[in-house]
Design a protein around this ligand. Structure first.
Ligand code: SAM
Length: 241
């Protein structure tokens, strides 16, 4: 990363009251290089410039730390991680998290695995698969303290994919763009159906760019009925509400 890129990273994190150590800045620099290098051969992300990668991937991912829902020694699954967002920035900033980046696309998970190895992040254990499959697998259902998610689906779909994976009292932390009342209301109904409730819906602006974002937090309050999640692809094709 250039000195300008590093300064942008420090400024963006500073706006979230995070002061990164030298080692963390180096890790972000490595992640930037790896992403640019692999993206030249494999289509991983539409974001190409250093400024976009720093602000719209690294800082945007770090916004999941707002509200302290990811503080502590937690097991976290990132559903639909793509090229490792938000999982990889969270792993750099919060080494205590045990992270499982999940995506159905193998080439993306291959990248996340390589990046985790190069950045020396052994607490990151990527998995190729679908959230619907893991949500029905006894080794994964009800296992995680947190589900994080960014840019995957509408809230009712996220709720159906995420809540089966959570232990009772666990939380879905969904980083989204601006969310309308209609989507929020549908998410609230889906949460009630699948075993949870929305405990926070906080609008905020992406540091330095000012783009509208929202952090939605859903807590699992009771066991998810065995009928959920429905079969692969059904939650997105036929959202609950
Ligand atoms: N979270 C990343 C980010 O913010 O850059 C990637 C977002 S990308 C738009 C959505 C990703 O979710 C895709 O890589 C897709 O393969 C994955 N995905 C969508 N539905 C999924 C599911 N049911 N299970 C696992 N991965 C899923």
């Amino acid at each position: 990363m250039t000195p300008e890129g590093e300064q942008l990273l420090r400024d963006g994190l500073g706006a979230l009251s995070i002061v990164p150590g030298e080692h963390q800045v180096q890790q972000f620099g490595q992640l930037h290089s790896l992403l640019v290098e692999r993206n030249a051969h494999v289509n991983l992300t539409a974001l190409k410039t250093e400024r976009d990668i720093v602000l719209k991937h690294f800082i945007d991912s770090a916004c999941c730390l707002r509200g302290a829902h990811l503080d502590g020694d937690l097991t976290v699954i990132d559903v639909g991680t793509g090229a490792g967002f938000p999982a990889l920035p969270l792993a750099v900033l919060r080494p205590a998290l045990q992270l499982t980046p999940l995506d159905s696309i193998r080439k993306k998970i291959d990248f996340v695995r390589d990046a985790a190895t190069q950045l020396a992040l052994p607490q990151v254990q990527p998995v190729v698969g679908r959230a619907e499959t893991l949500g029905r697998d006894p080794n994964n259902r009800g296992r995680y303290d947190r589900v994080v998610v960014r840019a995957v689906a509408a809230l009712p779909v996220l709720v159906e994919l995420a809540l089966p994976l959570l232990r009772s009292g666990g939380r879905l932390v969904a980083q989204k763009g601006a969310i309308g009342e209609e989507e929020l209301a549908a998410g609230r109904r889906a949460a009630a159906e699948v075993g949870g409730e929305i405990i926070a819906a906080e609008p905020f602006e992406l540091p330095l760019l000012g783009d509208a974002r929202s952090l939605i937090v859903v807590e699992k309050t009771r066991p998810t009925p065995r009928t959920y999640p429905r079969r692969e692809g059904v939650p997105a094709r036929q959202p609950l509400f």
